[in-house]
Design a protein around this ligand. Structure first.
Ligand code: SF4
Ligand code: F3S
Length: 112
């Protein structure tokens, strides 16, 4: 299994999760982060850190699409190891449905 980032992160990108990961397996897009499934050691410590409840175990039903998204984008986005500034309008996007269509595949800046 692995942990993965899901829709709730889009446009919120709060980055609390990055700080606790012991293996630095987060990768940064323009408005979203992903976890590299092959690098995640399934420790689970990031899951409760996300205020948007966006981090899930891939064993939860219905997350196949998000596992594919995390796997694909972790291989093309830069690594990020320390929390940066969330988007200025992050609060406006909290809990909003239908964010999946807004997922940008453009890379973020990263710091790895
Ligand atoms: Fe990192 Fe652990 Fe979260 Fe995997 S479960 S992304 S290893 S903090
Ligand atoms: Fe996203 Fe939550 Fe991390 S909003 S950046 S998964 S803390």
């Amino acid at each position: 299994m692995t942990f993965i980032v899901t829709e709730g992160c889009i446009n919120c990108k709060l980055q609390d999760c990055i700080e606790v990961c012991p293996v630095d397996c987060f990768y940064e897009g323009e408005n979203f982060l992903v976890i590299h499934p092959d690098e995640c050691i399934d420790c689970g410590v990031c899951e409760p850190e996300c205020p948007e409840d966006a981090i899930k175990a891939d064993t939860e039903p219905g997350l196949e699409k998000w596992l594919e998204i995390n796997t694909r984008l972790a291989n093309i986005w830069p690594n990020i190891t320390a929390q940066g500034e969330p988007p200025a309008d992050a609060k406006d996007w909290s809990g909003r449905p239908g964010k999946e269509a807004l997922l940008s595949e453009r890379p973020g800046r990263g710091d790895g």
